[in-house]
Design a protein. Sequence first.
Length: 181
Amino acid sequence: MYWGKKGPDNTDATIKAALNRAAELNIQYIVVASSSGDTARKLIDCGRRVVCVSYHVGYKDSGSKSMSNETMAELNQKDIQVLFTTHLLAGVDRAIRNQFGGVYPAEIMAQTLRMLGQGVKVCVEISGMALDAGLIPFGEEIVAIGGSAKGADTAVVITPAHSNHFFDTKVNEIICKPRQF
């Protein structure tokens, strides 16, 4: 499925397509990117195990989270696990770039994935982050939902690998994405 343009207007249709494909393939785990928790909230009671991956603490302002404590508590009460951790394709490479300039391997990898769209890059990244945190099972297909900024516009079926074996990651299907990004 292809959306005419990127952005949050696609969120509901992306979630519907992702859940339909998860049901067809009997996939039990959904990993969703959600900074504020709004997109993750749409997966409450979806019948799947949901992991919400947010920005790492301090992403925008040192020491602060992008999601309120109330939203995090609400998601946890509804059995959605919330993960705040270093971005798989940024980490210390970004710190080196910010300090000294230049481009580093993880950034090249991220930019290469963006050739398929920002949402595909996000899906690959959050899947590995959730796997590294032990929140999804190793070696199983999952559905990942990501976006281009706000909301969700991309969903993939993916078998993620741990970050130390990143290139073993398999993007098995692109369920939906924006055609123009």
